[in-house]
Design a protein around this ligand. Structure first.
Ligand SMILES: [Zn+2]
Length: 310
């Protein structure tokens, strides 16, 4: 009962102070405040509220002008809620993709319709690589095919891990998300860390609405990754936030081979999600240009990852 009270109080506080991609226009049961920008978390930016669409839709001058923020696409909607900001930090490198790539303008797609609209606006191409037919943005695929060819010349292979190693649909990302959330809810109810009512309430939410709820619980040490010891975002991407939806990501079967990683990097494919070892992101530039775009190199598991310098 006491923990429920604390949780409720925390939820109230968080809902009260955050406005942003998960609250704006969500039309949910939460007491979200949608009438103004939040300055609580540092990025002072008016929400992209439909009522304000005439405003200049670009990165605001008031943002902390790191190289990364300055290189976000024109019209990018910077999140100002905790969940959105966390995802920008952890998955955001894709948003500075160049080389003919079209990154999304939001850290999270709201639903399958949003994803389908974005995907259908792209120039894409399909190639059979290894055993699977894969679809990516055209420039990303062109570079991947060159990398595969370079690998062959060096007596190596670059193959997808599975049939969902490139493009994914929103529905596929929901399946992965639920495969982590449901077992974790059961576990934490059994452990007495959340009440059956809380679990039931989270289940009743749309996947989009579940994301900030789950991340809030994680901020209290109630983790949702497969092994329940770390954040779910290091296990699967929240629905709507996967780089695979952008068609600029590729999961490589030969990810442990440093020579393969080098060939992929030479063709603009880099690792950008720390701890997701098979996952490569098309950034479309050479490694020497990444710092200038606001990315910073961090080494984990003996390999470089390029992450937003936020
Ligand atoms: Zn991946």
């Amino acid at each position: 009962m006491r923990s429920y009270f604390i949780y409720s109080a925390l939820l109230f506080v968080i809902c009260g102070i955050s406005t942003g991609c998960w609250n704006a226009g969500a039309g949910t049961k939460r007491a979200s405040r949608e009438d103004g920008p939040s300055t609580v978390y540092g990025i002072n930016k008016a929400e992209k509220n439909p009522a304000k669409t005439d405003e200049v839709n670009s990165v605001p001058k008031t943002s902390t002008s790191t190289g990364f923020v300055a290189n976000l696409p024109k019209g990018f909607v910077e999140p100002n809620d905790d969940a959105g900001k966390l995802l920008l930090k952890e998955y955001g490198s894709v948003f500075i993709a160049r080389g003919g790539a079209t990154p999304p303008k939001t850290v999270v797609f709201r639903d399958g319709g949003d994803v389908a609209a974005f995907q259908s606006s792209l120039k894409t191409s399909v190639e059979k690589i290894g055993d699977f037919s894969l679809e990516l943005q055209a420039s990303a695929m062109e570079s991947l095919v060159k990398a595969v060819s370079d690998a062959h010349s060096a007596g190596l292979e670059i193959k997808p891990r599975d049939k969902d190693s490139a493009k994914r649909t929103y529905e596929e990302t929901i399946g992965l998300w639920s495969s982590r959330v449901e077992p974790a809810l059961k576990h934490w109810v059994t452990e007495g860390k959340i009440t059956p009512e809380q679990a039931e309430r989270i289940r009743s939410l749309s996947p989009f609405e579940q994301v900030p709820e789950v991340l809030r619980l994680e901020s209290q040490g109630i983790f949702f990754a497969k092994d329940l010891s770390k954040s779910i975002i290091y296990s699967v991407a929240p629905p709507g936030a996967s780089q695979h939806l952008s068609m600029l990501a590729f999961d490589c079967a030969e990810f442990e081979n440093p020579k393969v990683r080098e060939i992929l990097a030479k063709h603009g494919w880099f690792q950008t999600v720390v701890s997701d070892l098979p996952h490569f992101t098309f950034l479309g530039v050479s490694e020497a240009d990444l710092s200038g775009l606001g990315l910073r190199k961090t080494v984990s598991s003996g390999r470089p990852f390029w992450i937003p310098d936020l």
